[in-house]
Design a protein around this ligand. Structure first.
Ligand SMILES: Nc1ncnc2c1ncn2[C@@H]1O[C@H](COP(=O)(O)OP(=O)(O)O)[C@@H](O)[C@H]1O
Ligand SMILES: [Mg+2]
Length: 389
C-alpha cells in the first residue's frame, strides 16, 4: 500500500496565493507510484478542505467561490488512526468521511503554517511531517528572535533595533530618535514575522520612517528596523538535511529590479504563475569560489543554530565594497521548496521530495525515542498539593 501524504497549503496568511503555487508544484512532482497525495487546502478564512478538485488550477481562479463538492475536514489534535476526518456543517464531527495520513507536508508560507503553529498541531497529532519543528519554524518566522539567536552564535547580521507596536504608538518620538541615533538613515523597516517583502520599506527620512512603522504595524505587533546595506548583491543558498547532516545547494543571485527585492520581483516577473521558481536569477551565482564556500558554510551554521530540518533557504546580503556577507534571513518553507537550486546540481524535484519524506520519518523516529511520561503516578494517598519543585 502506498504512503498517504497530506499536503497542506493556503492558510490564513498574506502569502496564501504563493503557497498554492508551491503546493501545486510539489503535488505535480511527487512520485505517485510511492505516495498517495491527499491535498488539504486551508481557505483564507481558515477552513480546511480536501477533494480531487484541489489538484486543478481552475479551482483557484476565484478563491471566494470554491467548488461546492470539496469535503470540509480537520486534523484530530491527538494520536489517532483516522486522523483526518470530515466535518459536518455546524461544526459537529460526523464520521462520514475519514482518512489516515501517514505523513504531512506543510506547504504554507507565513503565518499559521510556516511559524510553528501548524507544526504544533502535527506534533500533538503525532504525525510525521516534512520540515522544521515548532522551534525552528517559530525562530525562522520571527526575524527579531532569529537575529538574536544568530548573533549569539557569532554569525554576521546587520545592526538592528526592534520595538513593539504599542511602544511605537505610545512613544513615537523616543522610537524615532533611538533609530536615528543608533542606526542613522537609510534603514529598512519590516514586520518581524512576515515574508514575501510584504510591509518591507526602505526609508531615508523621518516622515517616511513614521509611515513605514505605521504600515508595518498593520501587519504585526513586532517591528524590526535594520541598517540598510547599500551597494549590495543578494545571494541565497538552500539547505537540505537535519542537525546531524545538512548539505548546502549551489548559490543563486536573484535579480533585483528596483531598490530591493519586492513582491513583484519575486513572483510576477516570471510571466506565468511559477511562484519563487519564476524569479529572475543567476544560478550558480557569479561570485568567487571562496565566497561561495563561505556562504555555504554560514548557511549550514544558520540552519543548525536555528534548529531547522528538511529544506530551508538562507538569504545573504553581500556589500560589493567589502565582500563580507551578512545573513539577512532564513525561510523554513522556501518558495517552490527551492527545488530549482537542487535541480541545478542534479537532484530532481521528485527525488528531493523523497529525501524530505525520509528526513520527516527519521525525525519522527527520533521523537519516538524521547521520553514524554514518567512511570507511576505521583498522586497517591497522602499526596499534598505543593509548589512545583
Ligand atoms: N538591511 C537591508 N539592507 C539592504 N537590503 C535589504 C535589507 N533588508 C532587506 N533588504 C531587501 O528587502 C528584501 C526583503 O527583505 P526580507 O528581510 O528578506 O523580508 P521577507 O521576509 O519579506 O523576504 C530583501 O530581499 C532585500 O532585497
Ligand atoms: Mg526575504
Amino acid at each position: 500500500m502506498s504512503t498517504s501524504v497530506g499536503v497542506i497549503f493556503g492558510g490564513r496568511s498574506v502569502e496564501h496565493e504563493v503557497s498554492i503555487i508551491t503546493a501545486r508544484q510539489l503535488m505535480e512532482n511527487i512520485d505517485k507510484n510511492k505516495y498517495k497525495v491527499v491535498p488539504i487546502y486551508i481557505s483564507k478564512q481558515g477552513d480546511w478542505y480536501t477533494g480531487w478538485e484541489l489538484l486543478r488550477a481552475e479551482t483557484y481562479r476565484n478563491l471566494a467561490k470554491l467548488p461546492p463538492y470539496l469535503t470540509k475536514v480537520c486534523l484530530i489534535p491527538y494520536p489517532a488512526k483516522d486522523n483526518l476526518i470530515g466535518v459536518e456543517r455546524g461544526g459537529l464531527f460526523k464520521k462520514s468521511w475519514n482518512e489516515h495520513l501517514d505523513l504531512v507536508i506543510p506547504a504554507v508560507h507565513g503565518s499559521h503554517g510556516e511559524d510553528g503553529t501548524l507544526q504544533g498541531l502535527l506534533e500533538l497529532a503525532d504525525v510525521p511531517y516534512v520540515g522544521s519543528g515548532v522551534l525552528g519554524s517559530a525562530l525562522g518566522m520571527d526575524k527579531i528572535s532569529m537575529k538574536a539567536v544568530l548573533k549569539e552564535a557569532g554569525l554576521p547580521i546587520v545592526d538592528y533595533l526592534w520595538f513593539t507596536r504599542s511602544q511605537w504608538e505610545t512613544e513615537p518620538e523616543t522610537v524615532m530618535t533611538s533609530i536615528e541615533s543608533r542606526l542613522g538613515y537609510p534603514v529598512f523597516v519590516k514586520p518581524s514575522d512576515l515574508g514575501s517583502s510584504i510591509g518591507v520599506k526602505k526609508v531615508a527620512r523621518r516622515d517616511d520612517l513614521a509611515f513605514a512603522l505605521d504600515v508595518a504595524g498593520t501587519y504585526t505587533r513586532r517591528l524590526l528596523v535594520e541598517k540598510a546595506v547599500e551597494d549590495c548583491i543578494e545571494i541565497n543558498c538552500s539547505l537540505l538535511g537535519d542537525e546531524s547532516d545538512c548539505q548546502p545547494s549551489v548559490c543563486e543571485q536573484p535579480i533585483t529590479w528596483q531598490e530591493f527585492l519586492t513582491y513583484e520581483d519575486k513572483y510576477l516577473r516570471g510571466g506565468s504563475k511559477q511562484g519563487m521558481a519564476g524569479t529572475k536569477r543567476q544560478i550558480p551565482a557569479p561570485i568567487s569560489e571562496a565566497l561561495t564556500k563561505q556562504i555555504q558554510q554560514m548557511a549550514v551554521s544558520a540552519f543548525k543554530t536555528l534548529a531547522c530540518r528538511g529544506v530551508a533557504r538562507v538569504d545573504f546580503l553581500v556589500p560589493t565594497k567589502t565582500g563580507r556577507p551578512f545573513i539577512n534571513e532564513i525561510n523554513t518553507i522556501p518558495g517552490s521548496f527551492s527545488f530549482y537550486l537542487w535541480e541545478a546540481q542534479g537532484l530532481k524535484f521528485p527525488q528531493m521530495i523523497d529525501k524530505l519524506i525520509e528526513l520527516a520519518l527519521k525525525s519522527h523516529q527520533i521523537k519516538q525515542q524521547t521520553t514524554f511520561s514518567m512511570a507511576g503516578n505521583l498522586i497517591q494517598p497522602g499526596f499534598k498539593l505543593g509548589g512545583k519543585g
